[in-house]
Design a protein around this ligand. Sequence first.
Ligand code: ZN
Length: 310
Amino acid sequence: MRQNGIHHVTAIAGPARRNVDFYTRILGLRLIKKTVNFDDPETYHLYYGDEAGQPGTVLTFFPWAQATPGRLGVGEAQETVFRVPEGAIGYWTHRFVEKGVSHQALAKRFGETVLAFKDSDGMRLALVATPGGGSEPAWSHGDIPLDAAIRGFHSVSLLLEDAAPTGAILSDVLGFVEIAREGGLIRYKAGETAIGGIVDLRAAGGFLPGRQGAGSVHHIAFRAPDDAAQAAMVCKLAENHRIRTTEQKDRNYFRSVYFREPGHVLFEIATDIPGFAADEPLATLGQDLKLPQFLEPRRKDIEAVLPALA
Ligand code: ZN
């Protein structure tokens, strides 16, 4: 069956080491790839996910020690939401209190229990209790019990001037359909995709535009199974929406095109193949600094400027 949905979310962070600590030690995600920003090789590109980094579980960061905080506004992702098993919300609330993580009181959204919180850069995140999630595989490492561990993305929400043009791209090109509305949110879902299958749109006309910085989402990548499916999506964008993407870029673990959707959020379409085991074994994902072939000749210089992570 064809799987659509979120492939990965990429955000901007402050100091790299603090970012690694938060996502591996507090949230218990696996650091699945330690590489550099291919377009700016003196900056890390850190990937966190489940054990294998399957599409729909991967949150990535460009950490910059000097990054100034972003300011949320229209044309941006508002919140990035993870799934946890239904009985685990109490565990997480307790954990956030204990670890001093800034969080809000439990809320209900579309009938689901939501625990909103922020990372060490003020990035807006949330956990949603998901029925049945406890039987799915997860990365259980350190002190988080397997039956409470994060099970990939639930959704992202976008803050937009006007929801309709972005909704048209989600439904015509990216495989989503509108399934519900509640309190200013319009929910889109990608077929039967359980992990990373939801995008919520919030129209907030009149808000200031966002300013990207630490804690801001840089872009959201959507899934294409392979190159042919991606090419078909690129065609639809051009023919039905007059949107041109970049040329395809080889990101080693997936192949990508990028475009600004009509609400100004940067979207990417990334292939599910070849995946994160393309250049290192599954068992040791994320341990060594991996560079694409074209940067290997510069490895020494790159390693010299990257900050230590532990
Ligand atoms: Zn990306």
